[in-house]
Write a protein that binds this ligand. Structure first.
Ligand SMILES: *Cc1c(COP(=O)(O)O)cnc(C)c1O
Length: 814
C-alpha cells in the first residue's frame, strides 16, 4: 500500500488539519505500542469503552509518527502533525478499508458462522496455497477492527483472499460485508456461541447471512432452517449427509484416527480420507472440500491435499526455555501479516532485553522475494531484534539483510548445530511455516519439566481487566493485586501484561515479590502490603512503596529513610476499619498525624483500608460502616496533614457490590483471574487458568480388585482405570479424591478413584474412549475452580494459590 494523505481525505470524508497533505503512508495502525509505527504509518485513534487512542498521540509524535485520523485535534499538537478529522474514527477505518478493497477484483472467500471459521480459513489457505498467492486474515482477526486491518494487508500480487467475519450482535455484519465484499461465501456451523447478542436463532442466522448479499456462490451445509431465511436469488452450492437434494452428498465413515468421506457429486463418486474423526473437523473439512470442488480440482489433488490437513494451532504460546530464556512459540505459520503480530506480541511479553528471532522462509506475501525480505528486514530492525536465525533455502540467501544473522538451509542442519549457538538470558520468538517443523526446535529449547501444565489465557486476563474497568468511573485508578505469584497464575508475565494495559499500580504481599518484578523490568509503581522491618532497605533500594500500618513500623521506616536522607519517599497508610488484621486503629490516628505533620522524608501517597465481607450480603450494614469509618478517618488525615493522597478500599467483590465507594482507586484481585462470587457476574468473566495433564497408563481391573493406597477404592464391576501424573504435592487436595472430585477427559467426567497420591491420581474411564497420552483437564472450564472450592469447603483463592511451583506455567494468547 502506498497512498498519499491527499487521496485518503475524500475517502474517509475527513477535514484536513495539518502540515503536509502530500505525505505518503504505507501502513495503518491502531496500536500505539507497536514498534512498527513509523513516519509512514497512518494512526487511527480508535475510541473504545475503556480505551482512547487519542491519549497516545503525544507519545507517537515523539517517536516520529505524523499522520493521525482523529475525532478532535488536540490543541497542543496543531501544526505538529497531519490530522484527518472525522466524526467516528472506527467508521473511518472501515470506510478506508472498504474503498481499498474495491481496488482489487480477484476472488475473495468470506467465511462466517459460529464455529470453525478460523480452521476453515487456515485449511483453505493450506489447500490452495500451491496455486494462489493468498491474503488471509491473520489469526482470528474477524471483528469490526480486525477485518479492516486484515483487508488493508492486500497488495497487487495477491490473487485470492480468505477473510473471516465474526459478529456478536445485530447490525454488525453489514459493515463487514462492505469491507470484505466476498465473491464466494462459506457459512460454517451455526452453533450456540454468542447467542447472548441475539433474540433468537432466526435473528442470528439473518444477521450472519448479510455477509453473502452479493456473492456469486454460497457454500453451506444444506439446512431447512437456514434456507428459510436465505434470499432465493443467492446461488448456493450445498452439501449434506442426509438430504439427497444437496449438490454434494457426503457419507462419513469414522475410524480410530481418520475418517473416510464418500463423495457423490453429479455423476462422480469417489472416496478420500482425512486425518481426523471428530464431528467438528469432519464438517470443517467438508466445507473446504466444497471449495476445491467449486474450483474444479480433480479427485487426486483433492485426496492428496486433504489427507495432509493438520490440527490448527491459533495460539501464540509463551514457555520457559532453559538457561533463563523465554520462548514464544509460533511454530505453525509464517507469513508477513502474522509476523507483524508475533513481533508485537514479543514486545509485549519479552522478559529479557535481548531478543532473538528464529524465522523460516516466508510464504504468500504476494511480493517478489527481494522486496519481501527487505520489508521483513525493516520490521526486524524496527522491532530491535538483536539476532536472527534464518532457516530455509530462500531466507538464507537474504541473510545479509538481517542483524547478526546466522543462516541454515534446513531445520535439520540447524538442529545438528544447535550446541554451537548459545541461548541465554533472552526472549526467543520461534516462527516458522508448518513444514519446517519448528516444534522440534521449541522442544529442544524448552525447559524440561513434567507433563502437567497450568495454561494461562492472557486474552482472558485482558478481557476480565476490561470488564472491571468498565464498572469504574473513568477517573478511578486501578491497582491490581499480583501477590502470591499472581494468585498462582504467574507473576512476571501477568505484571507485564498489566503494564502493557497501563494499570496504575501493582500490589504484592511481600518485598521479595516486588523485587523480582522490578528486577525483571516492570516499571509500574508497586505497593508492598506487608513490608517486614528487615526488608525496608531493600524496599527503598528497589523503589517499592511500603504499606505502613503501625506507629512502630512508621518509626522503623522513618529511621532508615532519614539515614538515607530520603525526601518525599512514597508510603501508603493502612487504616483498620473492622477487618482487624493490619492497620492504624481510630485511637492511634492522632499520634499518626503528629508523627507525619511537616515530615518531609516520606509522602503519604495513598490511604487505604480493606473490607472484610464485601462479598457477603449478610454484612451490608457492617461493610457500609467500614466505608463510613474509612471516609471519616481518611478525611481527618487529609485535612490535618493538608495532603492529597489516593484513597482506596474496594477489592473485587467491593467493586461489584459497593461501586459508590470507589474513592480514587480500587484494588482488583481475584476478578482478574476470572472468579466472581456472584453467579451473574461469573458469566461475564473468562476462565484464565486451565490445569492440564495427560494419561500415563491405562489398565482394566476386575470386580473385587482395588485402586491405590489402603485399597480405598474397591471395584464392584470391571473398571477401566487411568493414572494421571498429578498429586497433592502439585496442590490437588487429598479431599478431592475418593469419589468427591473428577477430571475431564474428552469432555467427559472421570471420577477420581481412591485417594489422591503425592504425585499421581487414578480416575475411572470405563465410559470414555481414550488412549494413554490423552489430555486431561484437572480444572478450567470443567470443573471450574469455583466448583472445586465449593465441594472442598474452601474458596477459589486457596485452590489457585496451592498449585505448586513445580507445575509449569504456559501463557498463551489466542
Ligand atoms: C488480596 C487483597 C486485595 C484483593 O482482593 P480480591 O478479593 O482478590 O479482589 C485487595 N486488598 C488487599 C489489602 C488484599 O490483601
Amino acid at each position: 500500500m502506498t497512498l498519499s494523505i491527499r487521496n485518503i481525505i475524500p475517502i474517509i470524508k475527513a477535514q484536513f488539519v495539518g502540515v503536509n497533505e502530500i505525505a505518503v503512508i504505507d501502513s495503518v495502525s491502531i496500536d500505539s505500542r507497536s514498534l512498527q509505527n513509523s513516519e509512514s504509518t497512518l494512526f487511527f485513534a480508535i475510541v473504545g469503552p475503556n480505551h482512547d487512542g487519542h491519549n497516545y498521540i503525544s507519545n507517537l509524535i515523539s517517536i516520529g509518527v505524523s499522520n493521525f485520523v482523529v475525532n478532535h485535534v488536540p490543541k497542543e499538537f496543531e501544526n505538529k502533525a497531519n490530522f484527518l478529522l472525522v466524526e467516528n474514527t472506527l467508521e473511518a477505518l472501515q470506510n478506508f478499508a472498504s474503498a481499498y478493497r474495491s481496488n482489487f477484483d480477484f476472488p475473495i472467500i468470506g467465511v462466517t458462522g459460529s464455529n470453525g471459521k478460523t480452521i476453515i480459513k487456515e485449511w483453505l489457505n493450506f489447500l490452495l496455497s500451491p496455486d494462489y498467492n493468498i491474503i488471509r486474515s491473520p489469526k482470528s482477526y474477524n471483528s469490526q477492527v480486525g477485518v479492516p486491518l486484515s483487508v488493508l494487508g492486500i497488495n497487487e500480487k495477491h490473487n485470492l483472499g480468505i477473510f473471516e467475519a465474526g459478529i456478536s450482535t445485530i447490525n454488525e455484519m453489514e459493515n463487514l460485508q462492505k469491507i470484505i465484499q466476498p465473491t464466494i461465501g462459506i457459512l460454517s456451523n451455526i452453533g450456540s456461541a454468542h447467542d447472548e447478542g441475539f433474540h433468537d436463532i432466526g435473528e442470528k442466522i439473518k444477521e450472519k447471512l448479510k455477509l453473502f448479499t452479493s456473492v456469486e456462490v454460497l457454500i453451506m451445509n444444506k439446512n431447512k432452517t437456514i434456507e428459510a431465511f436465505l434470499n432465493p436469488k443467492i446461488n448456493t452450492f450445498s452439501w449434506s449427509s442426509e438430504d439427497g437434494k444437496a449438490d454434494v452428498f457426503v457419507i462419513a465413515k469414522e475410524y480410530s484416527d481418520q475418517t473416510e468421506l464418500k463423495i457423490t457429486y453429479h455423476k462422480l463418486c469417489f472416496k478420500i480420507t482425512i486425518p481426523f474423526n471428530d464431528q467438528a473437523s469432519i464438517e470443517n473439512a467438508i466445507q473446504c472440500l466444497m471449495v476445491l470442488l467449486y474450483f474444479k480440482y480433480d479427485q487426486d489433488t483433492i485426496q492428496n491435499r486433504m489427507q495432509l490437513l493438520y490440527p490448527v494451532e491459533m495460539r501464540l504460546k509463551v514457555k520457559n526455555g532453559s538457561n533463563n530464556t523465554t520462548l514464544i512459540d509460533d511454530s505453525y505459520s509464517s507469513d508477513y501479516q502474522s509476523l507483524k503480530i508475533a513481533l508485537d506480541f514479543l514486545e509485549s511479553q519479552k522478559q529479557y532485553k535481548k531478543k532473538t528471532l528464529i524465522l523460516s522462509d516466508i510464504f504468500q506475501s504476494g511480493l517478489v522475494l527481494e522486496e519481501l525480505y527487505s520489508k521483513v528486514s525493516h520490521l526486524i530492525v524496527s522491532n530491535k531484534i538483536n539476532r536472527v536465525i534464518a532457516i530455509g533455502a530462500t531466507i538464507s540467501t537474504f541473510k545479509n539483510k538481517f542483524p547478526n544473522c546466522i543462516a541454515f538451509e534446513t531445520t535439520e542442519k540447524f538442529i545438528q548445530n544447535i550446541d554451537t549457538i548459545s541461548f541465554e538470558n533472552e526472549t526467543i520468538l520461534i516462527k516458522g511455516a508448518r513444514h519446517f517443523h519448528f516444534e522440534e526446535i521449541v522442544s529442544l529449547l524448552e525447559e524440561k519439566t513434567h507433563e502437567t501444565v497450568l495454561e494461562i489465557n492472557l486474552n482472558a486476563i485482558s478481557h476480565n481487566l476490561n470488564y472491571f474497568k468498565s464498572k469504574l468511573s473513568p477517573k478511578t485508578k486501578l491497582m491490581v493485586m499480583v501477590k502470591a505469584f499472581g494468585y498462582g497464575n504467574g507473576g512476571y508475565e501477568i505484571a507485564k501484561l498489566l503494564s502493557h494495559h497501563k494499570v496504575d499500580y501493582l500490589g504484592v504481599a511481600f518485598a521479595d515479590e516486588g523485587i523480582s518484578l522490578k528486577n525483571a523490568g516492570i516499571d509500574l509503581p508497586i505497593m508492598v502490603l506487608n513490608p517486614e522491618n528487615t526488608s525496608f532497605s531493600a524496599i527503598i533500594q528497589h523503589q517499592l512503596e511500603p504499606e505502613i500500618y503501625s506507629i512502630k513500623g512508621l518509626n522503623a521506616f522513618l529511621k532508615i529513610a532519614e539515614q538515607k536522607k530520603l525526601k518525599h519517599f512514597p508510603i501508603h497508610i493502612k487504616l483498620d476499619t473492622g477487618m482487624h488484621r493490619l492497620g492504624f486503629e481510630e485511637e492511634t490516628i492522632d499520634e499518626l498525624i503528629a508523627k507525619l505533620k511537616d515530615n518531609k522524608t516520606v509522602e503519604v501517597k495513598s490511604i487505604l483500608s480493606h473490607l472484610s465481607a464485601s462479598d457477603d450480603r449478610m454484612f451490608v450494614d457492617f461493610t457500609l460502616s467500614q466505608i463510613k469509618l474509612f471516609e471519616k478517618l481518611s478525611s481527618k488525615l487529609i485535612s490535618e496533614l493538608q495532603i492529597n493522597p489516593i484513597r482506596h478500599i474496594l477489592n473485587t467483590s467491593g467493586i461489584s457490590n459497593y461501586s459508590q465507594a470507589q474513592f480514587d482507586m480500587v484494588r482488583l484481585g481475584i476478578g482478574l483471574y476470572g472468579v466472581s462470587n456472584d453467579e451473574e457476574e461469573q458469566k461475564l468473566l473468562e476462565n484464565v487458568g486451565t490445569l492440564k495433564s495427560i494419561i500415563s497408563q491405562i489398565r482394566t481391573i476386575e470386580e473385587g480388585e482395588s485402586v491405590g493406597y489402603s485399597r480405598r477404592f474397591m471395584a464392584t464391576k470391571t473398571t477401566k482405570v487411568a493414572t494421571i501424573p498429578i498429586g497433592y504435592a502439585d496442590g490437588i487436595s487429598r479431599h478431592w479424591g475418593n469419589g468427591v472430585g473428577y477430571v475431564t477427559i474428552k469432555n467427559k467426567k472421570a471420577p477420581i478413584l481412591g485417594s489422591v497420591c503425592m504425585d499421581m491420581l487414578m480416575v475411572d474411564i470405563s465410559d470414555i474412549e481414550c488412549k494413554e497420552g490423552a489430555e486431561v483437564t484437572i480444572f478450567g472450564d470443567n470443573p471450574t475452580v469455583s466448583f472445586m472450592a465449593k465441594q472442598l469447603g474452601t474458596i477459589p483463592y486457596e485452590i489457585m494459590t496451592s498449585i505448586s511451583q513445580r507445575v509449569k506455567r504456559v501463557f498463551y494468547r489466542e
